[in-house]
Design a protein around this ligand. Structure first.
Ligand SMILES: [Zn+2]
Length: 278
């Protein structure tokens, strides 16, 4: 099989972590205390646990952080970057709804919060809960972003075609928020961690067989996340399983995006569904 990946890798693995702290409830106008306090777990327990786990396993990940969570927990967010992981943007109040004409304001607001906190600007973005509009890519490109990890319409990276033109400075790294995301398993189907682990291994097996791209999404919060000890152990077991396979390259999403931008002919193009205003 001819590889499309760096170092002739057979499969590229991006471990991605959506911080989703207090922003998740606050954005829904829920007071994040009592039964709505799951988000506080991200900064206090989940992030330190993930950082320890990733260091022990020798991998670098990408963390998507809402601007509001960076304001609430600056030390936790700094600790992620200090450990060599990538920080991407993930909305301000985790706006899982259409922001309309206000979207550019909030994209810029979170961009400034993360840039001021870390001394470096994020270049990757993941939409919070699905929200995206015809303005999103335009504003992200203006701010210097090079990729979006939100689309669910492909298995492999691809270049968006906007207003009839294939972009050369921006790539889509699709994410699978159904079967490679902890939230639906732990929130919707209440699947036991052992079964989630088997599902994620099976997803890896098929990606590996196809020379594929594997983007696993976890949350450090309690509730629907993987921050707690048993679910973090399930995540560890999946990573250890993947690491036993030869030819697997773990990398942050920024490295995956840069590789795609440097090798554009290896990747297909797809028309951006809202190409009129770009
Ligand atoms: Zn999220």
């Amino acid at each position: 099989m001819t590889s499309r990946w760096p170092q002739d890798a057979r499969c590229v693995v991006n471990i991605t972590v959506d911080f989703d702290g207090l922003s998740n409830e606050t954005g829904k106008k829920l007071l994040p205390i009592g039964k709505y306090s799951h988000g506080r777990y991200s900064a206090k327990r989940g992030v330190p646990r993930f950082l320890e786990l990733f260091e022990r396993l020798g991998i670098k990940a990408t963390f998507y952080v809402p601007g509001y969570d960076a304001e609430c927990f600056p030390a936790a967010v700094r600790s992620i970057a200090d450990a060599g992981h990538e920080i991407g943007a993930h909305g301000y109040l985790h706006e899982a709804y259409d922001l309309g004409e206000e979207e550019p304001f909030y994209l810029r607001k979170t961009h400034k919060i993360l840039t001021d906190l870390l001394g470096a600007s994020p270049v990757g973005w993941r939409n919070p809960g699905g929200g995206k509009s015809d303005l999103t890519i335009k504003v992200l490109r203006e701010l210097g972003y090079i990729y979006d990890s939100s689309e669910k319409a492909a298995d492999f990276p691809y270049f968006p075609v906007v207003a009839g033109q294939r972009l050369r400075d921006f790539v889509n790294l699709p994410d699978n928020t159904s079967s490679l995301d902890d939230a639906p398993f732990y929130r919707d189907s209440m699947t036991p961690p052992s079964e989630v682990c088997e599902q994620w291994k099976a997803e890896f097996d098929t990606a590996y067989a196809e020379g594929g791209y594997y983007d696993l999404i976890v949350h450090p919060r309690s509730g629907f996340g993987s921050g707690g000890p048993t679910r973090a152990k399930a995540l560890e077991n999946v990573i250890l399983y993947i690491q036993r396979h030869p030819g697997v390259l773990f990398q942050r999403q920024v490295e995956t995006a840069r590789w795609c931008l440097q090798n554009p002919d290896l990747w297909p193009e797809r028309t951006h569904p809202w190409s009129g205003r770009q």
